[in-house]
Design a protein around this ligand. Structure first.
Ligand SMILES: [Zn+2]
Length: 338
């Protein structure tokens, strides 16, 4: 559950560059470039721990790094950084299927657009991981993805839902993905994220939102307590409605972090709100956007004996775990070495 910047720091001097990944070799990356754009292989000594090869790419006056690696190696790197390596194996396996599904969905999307890379760090965090538990979880689910109506599904996951997950529309209104229904009765109580409090000065929130805030009130919430919209009253008496997910994003963007331990972040959108003079006190539970698989809920289910397919069925009702055709997406060793 490392953040993007800590992963960038781990890969050393190349941390100034944006890291992307592609599940094929250098020649295929090169084939996506136009005249005047360039690609060069980076010495392994500069990219400690990353599997496959790393290329530095210049495209449209932007520079970035592309890690060319096997899909399953990428999945290992995601599972080891998005979930605790010591967590129960069935939870790690559920995470592996989710990570692989995200990778394939994004890969299909990127290749349709002719991008030289398949996935970005903003899709899911990945980095070095050689932990046995993670390698086993990836190996035991090799090639498996979630599908909906026979097609690779767009999968989401987060740290801790706080008891109930939410509809993707509440977080990304422009996203057209009607197949994911919210679930309640998630077993993530007693996690590290069950109860939290954040205090923000009115002045600070005004700066973050670029508004002269007079009052903030909860406008609409789900039965789980998840806030969907807030009403913000400005010093001029204007009343604005804002999605709670956008409000959280704005705060976390300003903090340049979404880390739970950072007191300047807002961990989630299940909260109550109190005003104390010039301070707003948010008391909440859960951590993350709340869409899709809840990692702490998956951990609890695994501890109680559920297998990874049962875990996935709980969060992705009506979806299937399908063996993805092995050839597509894996690349082959020789192509990754060019
Ligand atoms: Zn949960």
């Amino acid at each position: 559950m490392l953040g993007y910047w800590s992963i960038q720091k781990k890969i050393g001097i190349l941390s100034l560059f944006f890291l992307l990944a592609r599940f094929s070799g250098g020649e295929e990356i090169r084939a996506c470039l136009k005249e005047g754009e360039s690609l060069a292989r980076v010495k392994a000594a500069f990219t400690p721990g990353l599997r496959g090869n790393v290329y530095i790419c210049r495209q449209e006056n932007r520079w970035f790094l592309i890690n060319a690696l096997e899909l399953e190696d990428y999945v290992t790197g995601v599972v080891g950084n998005e979930m605790g390596k010591e967590w129960p194996i069935e939870a790690l396996k559920a995470q592996a299927v989710c990570a692989r599904s995200v990778a394939l969905y994004r890969k299909n999307e990127a290749r349709r657009k002719g991008k030289p890379y398949d996935v970005m760090m903003s899709h899911q965090i990945y980095g070095r991981c050689e932990h046995d538990n993670v390698i086993t979880a990836v190996e035991e689910t090799r090639g498996e993805i979630l599908t909906v109506e026979g097609k690779p599904a767009l999968v989401f996951y987060h740290t801790c839902c706080g008891g109930a997950t939410t509809n993707p529309d509440n977080v990304w209104p422009s996203l057209s993905w009607p197949y994911l229904l919210p679930v309640s009765g998630c077993h993530c109580d007693n996690s590290l994220y069950t109860n939290w409090e954040r205090i923000f000065w009115r002045e600070r929130l005004s700066r973050i939102l670029n508004l002269r805030i007079q009052e903030i009130a909860i406008n609409e919430k789900e039965t789980s307590g998840r806030v969907i919209t807030l009403t913000i009253t400005t010093a001029d008496g204007d009343r604005l409605r804002m999605k709670a997910a956008d409000f959280r994003n704005r705060i976390n963007q300003r903090a340049q972090s979404s880390s739970f331990s950072d007191p300047t972040t807002l961990p989630g959108t299940i909260f109550t709100l109190k005003r104390d003079k010039d301070r707003f006190i948010f008391t909440g539970r859960g951590y993350g956007h709340g869409v899709g698989l809840c990692q702490w809920g998956a951990r609890r289910m695994a501890e109680q004996g559920a297998n990874y397919k049962e875990i996935l069925r709980f969060y992705f009702s009506g979806w299937e775990v399908t063996q993805h055709l092995p050839k597509e997406g894996y690349g082959n060793k020789s192509s990754l070495e060019n």
